[in-house]
Design a protein around this ligand. Structure first.
Ligand SMILES: [Zn+2]
Length: 82
């Protein structure tokens, strides 16, 4: 498993938002963002997801993905050592 740094996260964030990333990379990006203030503020995820959800009415809604990722980020921020 590769550790995603800020550079990797930025490269993959669009695939991430389109739900095109494999589960493993999704986890990498999620944990990077949860632990990186810079990326977290860059990708104000609640807003980003909301706009993606609004725009994607013709595709499968990423609501479930958004919920899952946001829950995970919050969990990591609450329990940074878990
Ligand atoms: Zn970062």
């Amino acid at each position: 498993m590769t550790e995603f740094d800020c550079e990797e996260t930025k490269k993959h964030v669009h695939e991430f938002l389109k739900s095109e990333l494999p589960e493993r990379e999704l986890d990498e990006i999620t944990s990077h963002i949860a632990n990186c203030d810079s990326c977290e503020s860059d990708y104000d995820f609640e807003n980003v997801f909301n706009s993606v959800i609004v725009r994607s009415c013709t595709e499968a809604p990423p609501q479930e993905l958004a919920d899952r990722v946001l829950a995970k980020i919050r969990e990591m921020q609450t329990n940074p050592h878990s």
